[in-house]
Write a protein that binds this ligand. Structure first.
Ligand SMILES: [Zn+2]
Length: 330
């Protein structure tokens, strides 16, 4: 594949292609955007264009020459994708990169190092990396990939050209899941709507999503106007409230938002085809008939608030209890 085959990300790709055409490629880039969104894919296409044998300053790789093919198969000696072994990048991985940087490219025009999870490295590593970024050897290009600039030292940020990757629109993610991964439409739509615009995340959450009891969430929780104290407590108990389960809880709340979103769609239009959970249309219609729009919107606001608070590292259990209390207030 090459730039032209990448799904979405037109703006970052245009910036990179313009840099190639105008011979203004710098020594270090920082690609910022959600995990699994396609940053490393774009970085590899950039490496291909820069090393393609069909001509210098071509804004895209040809996909046919030995260089392009080697990069595609991760066999090019001058192009490395460095990914964390475990949770974080290890200092040895950065040292190894530094050693390799001392040499000229073996066969390409540019030595390219793509450093994934650059926002997950120890401070001493950041300093090691900083030295390299301060005096980049000729013929090298370092591309750092990160979810957010929050955990990257300002001194590193200032030495890289930052390029932001936005979430992909859900319809692109769901098309990709159907075409490339053979998923059925219903599952693809649901995963896409929960993926935060990231195809990688959509695949990652596939199993977890399948395990969430959607129907119970809808009928027992979303659909109950009045919850008794026992029922409220029951729901808090059943939700993953341990600190280590934060990701799971986040997914359940996101799922709850899509259920509520469907109820709101039903309340404002009759197009069942627009539902994310179209297989639950019958239950949805029953519930939507009993609720007024303002109560549904108010509950959506409660869900959003709770997600925000939990993301901000609040006490999950207390937040869930507070959510259940305000949920039943009418
Ligand atoms: Zn080529």
């Amino acid at each position: 594949m090459s730039f032209k085959d990448v799904m979405g990300h037109e703006r970052p790709i245009n910036l990179l292609q313009r840099a190639i055409a105008q011979e203004k490629v710098v020594h270090s880039y920082l690609f910022l955007g959600n995990e699994g969104i396609g940053k490393s894919l774009v970085a590899l296409q950039f490496a291909k264009a820069l090393n393609c044998l069909e001509g210098e300053n071509n804004p895209d790789g040809c996909d046919r020459c030995p260089s392009c093919k080697k990069i595609d198969h991760h066999l090019h000696p001058d192009v490395s994708l460095i990914e964390p072994e475990g949770q974080t990048l290890k200092v040895d991985q950065v040292r190894e990169m530094q050693r390799a940087l001392a040499y000229r490219p073996y066969e390409g025009r540019r030595r390219v190092f793509i450093l994934a999870a650059a926002d997950r490295m120890a401070p001493n590593m950041s300093n090691t990396l900083l030295k390299t970024l301060e005096e980049p050897p000729l013929h090298t290009l370092i591309i750092l990939l990160a979810n957010s600039p929050k955990w990257i030292l300002p001194t590193i940020l200032s030495r890289c050209r930052s390029i932001r990757f936005n979430p992909l629109p859900p319809h692109l993610v769901s098309d990709w899941l159907m075409k490339e991964k053979g998923l059925e439409e219903k599952e693809a739509h649901l995963l896409a709507s929960l993926s935060e615009g990231s195809p990688g995340k959509a695949l990652e959450i596939k199993e977890e999503i399948a395990a969430i009891p959607r129907k119970e969430l809808l009928k027992g929780w979303m659909g109950s106007k009045l919850l008794s104290i026992e029922e409220k407590e029951g729901w808090v108990e059943s939700l993953p409230s341990q600190p280590s389960q934060r990701e799971n809880l986040h997914l359940v709340l996101e799922m709850a938002k899509t259920l509520l979103r469907d109820l709101i769609v039903l309340k404002t239009s009759v197009e069942v085809s627009r539902l994310i959970h179209s297989d639950l249309a019958e239950e949805m219609e029953q519930i939507a008939g009993q609720w007024d729009l303002s109560s549904l919107l108010r509950r959506m606001e409660i869900l959003h608030q709770t997600s925000r608070v939990i993301k901000g590292n609040a006490n999950t259990r207390l937040s869930l209890e507070a959510m259940m209390i305000s949920w039943a207030e009418g």
